[in-house]
Write a protein that binds this ligand. Structure first.
Ligand code: PEP
Ligand code: MG
Length: 759
């Protein structure tokens, strides 16, 4: 008899399994009983259960195969059909088993009579701990409803097996489908440095404890509520997308929305509940089915889709099980390496800095803000590790080599030892740079270069003294907004700015007014129109938001002016696109200044206004704008994304264009020459300036002020001391006129010829 629906078939089996599980018989007797019931209900001549024991899949019970094979037939994970199912955590449904390339004939079982074969992995805590298989004499593929019933059975079996202690925990944790030995992944080095720690998933996986439901109606209700909540979350995320929803960019959100409202998904989950599963088990069951179907479609684009659905399914599981928090809210227990698909900068900042040692991402790019924040925190980051989360488990030890972009999972003792040696070397190098704290960055031909740091939080301030930098060339004020649950009140802003100025003492601090939007999402600040932005980086962000919501800029202006009472205030505006925007922003400050004056408050001794060159259009205005400015700061992160028309956060574009492209260098050179007659200071504050070869190019362009990530101060000071500015400028002038085929290679060779360290 072929059952009418998956729910009916599974329900009938579940009822029987429920009785078996409740019976007093021993574990082996229960398994013997189970194979009989399943075989009968699915009308299968053979039903067998293989369980993992001592790393091998052992035949534990069978109906239809030779009984003498029980506890005798053993397959390695990856061996034969059963081993393949366990290794890939994948269902197989074959009309002719022997025709499958992985088929391995075991004469002791007497299986030669059976042609068709279907097997499903028994999964516990994301590991295959066994396989349940059915076989038929007649060569036919099993119906989908039968496979689904078998999958439900496998879930129940996983509970039975664990409760009965049929597999030892060591096997379950130590073996299974995921490799247990060391494995290396190559990604893209985003933040240098090395670290070791335990893998912690930013979004922890939900552990499903109960598979069989006591009250089906209650389970239905739980799923119903969870769906509601999840849809609400997705809608909220979509409505905030004008700030570029930190990693969950629009395409993903659209897919999420599509799945969240997909009636088929909800219906299938309900059917699984009808068959007797708990809400959690039902969600997981349906997810297994989707995984299987997706695998059958040979389309690489669908892999991404599948990932989205996995994410969403996990989200639903977290909601339904109440296991809601990210790893940050649960707290890090020891040295941790954070594992995520992608992260927003605010999410990263939620982690305990003392315990967070490294970050590895499936996506990520050099200038994504989360990476900038990690760089500021001195935490190595490796990105673009595709399929990462499927290759390791929480708690795996990891070695993160942010210099080479390599992650070693589950290292051997000798690998650990080698790493320890590198750690020691690293510490030595850091000590060497720390010792350069008091060394002034003077070039070989005696020119003083200004090396400042980029900062954004109070916690960054000790870096000024630790590095001996000349000041803060970019203080990203929006970081305070990002780490705050609500819009920071003026008093709080004033306090922060005052503390920063106090900590800096005589050294200048350049405050940049809020640059929110793009990949810096503020959950509490919504777009009035609620419109979804197609291109948040080019959208309503930075000065564009600040000028429209001038309440925001007014409050910040007051806070900055008050904090700088009696001292010099350096303020600069991000994303200036046309001169009037600079004028308008400055006017907001001036009117606040007039207000404070009327109130007889202590005013800043001087106010220096600057603009950032990030949008290429403003470069065409510099002859007009420069006379109005006290200084100019080039934000190469945004500038390059706009010049190349390449999203700075897009993983696929992360390596496509080079900062050392003549297009960038010629552009920067033009900025320098246009501004030179006006004597306006020019600083480069993008990530580019913190990399030695790139910094060498900037020095060649005549730029002598850099504001960089604190960890780069030592290396850049050292670079400066090795360079003859006159020489590099001369060579650069030639390259700008006739660009070499490969600028990077040419510059590297030049550095080597002049005994300049540029790694
Ligand atoms: C830049 O764009 O180069 C810059 C320094 O600003 P941010 O990275 O904060 O956008
Ligand atoms: Mg910028």
């Amino acid at each position: 008899m072929v059952p009418q629906s998956a729910a009916v078939a599974a329900r009938a089996i579940l009822t029987s399994l429920h009785e078996i599980m409740a019976s007093r018989s021993g574990a082996q007797a229960k398994l013997n009983h189970v194979v009989e019931v399943i075989g009968e209900k699915l009308d299968s001549e053979v039903c067998s259960i293989y369980l993992l024991r001592e790393g091998m899949l052992e035949l534990f019970a069978t109906r239809g195969l030779n009984q003498s094979a029980v506890h005798v037939t053993r397959m390695a994970v990856g061996e034969g059909l059963v081993g393949t199912i366990a290794m890939n955590i994948e269902t197989l449904n074959l009309a002719e088993a022997a025709a499958h390339p992985d088929f391995a004939f075991r004469p002791e079982t007497g299986e030669e009579r059976f042609h068709s074969f279907a097997g499903v992995p028994i999964v516990r805590r994301q590991r295959a701990v066994g396989v349940v298989a059915v076989q038929h004499v007649e060569p036919r593929r099993y119906e989908e409803v039968e496979i689904e019933a078998l999958q439900t059975v496998a879930m129940v079996l996983s509970e039975l097996i664990a409760n009965a202690g049929l597999i030892d925990e060591d096997d379950q944790l130590g073996q299974g489908n995921l490799p247990t030995g060391p494995e290396r992944l190559q990604g893209m080095a985003l933040v240098k440095g090395i670290a070791t720690g335990i893998a912690v998933f930013h979004q922890p996986r939900v552990t499903i404890e109960h598979i069989v439901a006591d009250d089906t109606e209650a389970e239905r209700q739980r799923v119903y509520l969870a769906f509601d909540k999840m849809r609400e979350q997705i809608d909220r995320m979509a409505s905030q997308a004008e700030f570029g929803a930190g990693g969950e960019h629009e395409e993903v959100l659209q897919t999420y929305k599509m799945f969240a409202y997909d009636e088929g998904w909800g219906r299938r989950i309900n059917e699984a509940i009808d068959s007797g599963l708990t809400a959690e088990a039902a969600i997981e069951r349906v997810q297994q089915r989707t995984r299987m179907r997706m695998r059958q479609i040979d389309d690489p684009l669908l892999a991404d889709r599948m990932h989205d659905l996995e994410d969403l399914s996990n989200r639903l599981l977290r909601t339904v099980s109440g296991q809601l928090g990210t790893a940050a809210s649960l707290g890090l227990k020891g040295d941790a390496i954070l594992v995520a698909r992608n992260l927003g900068p605010a999410e990263l900042l939620e982690y305990d800095r003392r315990r967070l040692k490294g970050v590895i991402l499936e996506e990520g790019s050099l200038t994504a803000h989360v990476v900038i924040v990690a760089r500021a925190m001195g935490i190595p980051v490796i990105g673009r590790l595709r399929g990462l989360r499927g290759k390791l488990r929480e708690g795996d030890q990891l070695l993160v080599d942010g210099d080479r972009g390599v992650v070693d999972m589950r290292p051997t003792p000798s690998m650990l030892e080698a790493f320890e040696t590198r750690f020691a070397k690293n510490r030595e190098r850091q000590a060497h740079y720390a010792a350069m704290r008091a060394v002034e960055p003077v070039s070989r031909d005696g020119q003083r270069v200004t090396v400042m740091i980029n900062a954004g939080l109070r916690d960054d301030m000790p870096m000024l003294n630790l590095t001996g930098a000349d000041g803060i060339g970019l203080f990203r004020t929006e970081f305070q907004f990002l780490v705050s649950a609500t819009l920071p009140a003026r008093e709080r802003q004033t306090r922060l700015y005052r503390d920063v100025l106090d900590a800096a003492g005589d050294r200048p601090v350049v405050f940049r007014t809020v640059d929110i939007g793009g990949d810096k999402v503020l959950p509490y600040l919504r777009h009035d129109e609620g419109a979804l932005e197609e291109n948040p980086a080019m959208g309503w962000r930075a000065l564009r938001v600040a000028l429209e919501r001038d309440g925001l800029l007014k409050v910040q202006a007051r806070a900055l002016l008050e904090a700088a009472a009696g001292r010099t205030l350096n303020v600069m505006f991000p994303m200036v696109t046309e001169p009037w925007e600079f004028d308008a922003a400055k006017a907001v400050f001036e009117s606040q200044l007039a207000f404070l004056k009327r109130r007889k408050k202590v005013l800043p001794e001087a106010i220096r206004y600057g603009a950032m060159v990030e949008v290429p259009a403003i470069a065409e205005w510099l002859d007009v704008l420069a006379p109005r400015l006290s200084f100019l700061s080039i934000g190469t992160n945004d500038l390059t994304q706009f010049l190349f028309a390449a999203d700075r956060a897009h993983p696929k574009l992360a390596e496509r264009y080079d900062w050392l492209s003549p297009a960038i260098l010629r552009f920067l050179s033009r900025v320098v020459t246009t501004v030179a007659p006006h004597g306006t200071d020019i600083t480069v504050c993008g990530e580019m300036g913190g990399r030695r070869l790139e910094a060498l190019a900037l020095l060649g362009l005549g730029i002598t002020r850099l504001s960089i990530t604190p960890a780069a101060v030592g290396p850049i000071k050292e670079l400066v001391s090795q360079v003859d500015l006159g020489q590099i400028r001369q060579s650069m002038a030639g390259w700008l006129k006739t660009p070499p085929e490969n600028m990077r290679a040419t510059l590297t060779a030049w550095a080597a010829d002049h005994a300049i360290d540029c790694d």
